[in-house]
Design a protein around this ligand. Structure first.
Ligand code: TMP
Length: 397
């Protein structure tokens, strides 16, 4: 039985999403022969309550020069990161601060600090996104963050007043070493702020597609508190965010440096209802029922001669497509605006991916919105499809 990545206790297997390929492993035809699969099983740690994957592919299989996710693809996410940077700056920082971002991607968040001429450093192991940030003259190290890099940054620069990470912490296998690194690098009055999809939302919305190889952990305030207290870091504030299908922003500091906001106590109390293995087992049963219903609906539509496509070749869609067994016999194609995904095939299910314009030049009756977390933004611009009699489908509640 696997051990918890945070506290080393044995894990309990909660449920499974079966055999899955690399979620962002979009394929060219010539790559089909060598496709890699692993078992997507979800485990629970009774000791620290951390929900995590039991098995996961090596990081370099996921985060490399072909990493296809660029934060700036979504104008809403760009606005979100700007607002985050401004809020955190006003609350905790000043002109002399040193800001470090783990997994800075193409520099959406650090841009604010660069523009203000505040000392900053981004760290990202995916060279293509890191290069996009470098082109914007943002300071970036092309590497995986760990405790030895934390010591080096401290020596070369100074301690950090802000360590920030968005949708990154849940990706890092050795979370204990990261927490150790953060505790070394964080200044005495510095803050660690990070956001990730929230376990409470996943369970509530039935958004099992948040579960894929890159997301090793499904955090709650309870598990975050337990992970970081081992390194004398204290959870001092929380903010629920609408992004990425429901996220939580956690603020931590060295113990005793800041008062603990009441919302932390309230959330920890509320979470007692679902931070247990029975809730996860119930969730596993619920999504099995969903799979049956979803595939029945799609097969019925197909048998009536309707044409179905997908919108957004998201990493989340890989989980849905492979878990439900939806392939090219059901979906004609998926559209996506990310250039690196165009003219490739979806991982495991091999559905062709085309640019957004493909939807205008091909008659489609139903479109599955795989990028459902960008629903507001997408529906604001995609009014024509519905006006012409098209129907949207999405699977979350
Ligand atoms: P995400 O759910 O992980 O943010 O990925 C969103 C994907 O959806 C990404 O590949 C870009 C794509 N997308 C579109 O194709 N059109 C859009 O309007 C938006 C917002 C995203």
């Amino acid at each position: 039985m696997q051990k918890c990545q945070s506290c080393s206790h044995s894990l309990i297997k909660s449920f499974s999403l079966g055999k899955q390929p690399i979620a962002n492993g979009f394929l060219k035809k010539e790559d089909l022969k060598n496709e890699f699969f692993y078992k997507l099983d979800i485990g629970y740690c009774k000791s620290c309550t951390l929900v995590q994957l039991l098995e996961h592919p090596a990081p370099v299989k996921m985060f490399n020069e072909n990493y296809p996710f660029f934060s700036s693809q979504s104008s809403y996410m760009k606005k979100h990161f700007l607002a985050e940077a401004e809020e955190i700056y006003n609350k905790y920082l000043n002109q002399n601060s040193f800001v470090v971002e783990l997994g800075c991607n193409d520099g959406c968040f650090l841009q604010f600090f660069k523009d203000k001429k505040i000392t900053h450093l981004g760290i990202d192991p995916s060279s293509n996104v890191a290069n996009a940030a470098k082109q914007k003259k943002i300071n970036v190290i092309d590497a995986f963050f760990d405790s030895s890099l934390a010591s080096k940054i401290r020596e070369d620069h100074s301690t950090a007043n802000l360590i920030y990470a968005a949708n990154v912490m849940c990706h890092i296998a050795n979370i204990s070493d990261i927490a150790l690194g953060i505790s070394k690098l964080l200044a005495k009055e510095g803050v660690l702020v990070f956001e990730d999809p929230y376990l409470g939302d996943i369970l509530k919305l039935g958004s099992y597609d948040q579960i894929y190889d890159e997301h090793l952990y499904y955090f709650s305030a309870t598990s975050v508190e337990n992970i970081f207290k081992q390194f004398n870091l204290e959870l001092i504030d929380l903010k629920h965010l609408d992004v990425h299908g429901g996220s939580m922003r956690y603020t931590l500091a060295h113990k005793g440096q800041y008062p603990v906001n009441n919302c932390v106590h309230e959330t920890l109390e509320k979470e007692k209802k679902f931070t247990n293995n029975q809730s996860l087992k119930n969730f596993g049963d619920k999504i099995q029922r969903h799979r049956h219903e979803f595939i029945t609906v799609l097969k019925n539509l197909k048998s009536k001669g309707f044409k179905i496509a997908g919108y957004g070749a998201t990493s989340k869609s890989t989980t849905v497509l492979n878990y439900c067994g939806i392939d090219n016999s059901i979906l004609d194609f998926i559209t996506d605006t990310t250039p690196i995904k165009k003219n490739k095939l979806t991982p495991g299910t091999h559905i062709p991916i085309y640019g957004r314009e493909h939807l205008d030049s091909h008659t489609v009756d139903y479109v599955i919105l795989f990028a459902w977390n960008h629903k507001k933004e997408i529906f604001e611009k995609e009014t024509k499809f519905k006006k012409n009699g098209g129907h949207w489908i999405w699977h979350t509640q």
